[in-house]
Design a protein around this ligand. Structure first.
Ligand code: FES
Length: 148
């Protein structure tokens, strides 16, 4: 192994450890069942902070990402809607609990075909209730998701 490769490996491992040790920081874990890039986040006082500069998916029209909340089983999808509006939803289908997948401008459930708009409303059953929504705020170029 060359010196530059081992140095690169060492720096990569150190970066991973440092980022994981600072509350609120995150790392990406690739794509998930929702079809979105997944980030692991810690909460700070019940908030998840998503700076646009560090989450390029949220700079795109109808772009989205998945957040897996560390030390919990909670996953949240966050999508950019028009006019700097952002929505945070549970990806758990309200019919029988499968995980929905983002397909273009909709979320579709692979189990029985329920379809939701990007704001979580049902556009096709059998689901009858919208996806669970989390409150969001956009401030200082950062999307804030409130878990409560
Ligand atoms: S669990 Fe999603 S449609 Fe049935």
């Amino acid at each position: 192994m060359s010196d530059s490769k081992s140095r690169r490996d060492f720096l990569s491992k150190i970066s991973f450890v440092i980022m994981g040790g600072i509350p609120g920081l995150f790392f990406s874990n690739g794509c998930s069942i929702t079809g979105l890039t997944t980030y692991h986040h810690r909460t700070i006082d019940g908030e998840i902070l998503l700076p646009l500069s560090q989450h390029p998916e949220l700079n795109l029209k109808e772009g989205g990402l998945q957040i897996d909340v560390e030390n919990s089983s909670v996953s949240i999808v966050v999508v950019r809607l028009p006019e700097n509006n952002f929505i945070a939803l549970s990806p758990i289908c309200s019919h029988l609990g499968c995980t929905v997948r983002k397909e273009g401008s909709f979320f579709r459930c692979p189990c029985h075909g329920s379809t939701y708009s990007l704001n979580g409303n049902v556009v096709r059953g059998p689901a009858e209730q919208a996806l669970r929504m989390y409150r969001t705020e956009f401030r200082n170029n950062t999307v804030v998701v409130y878990l409560q």
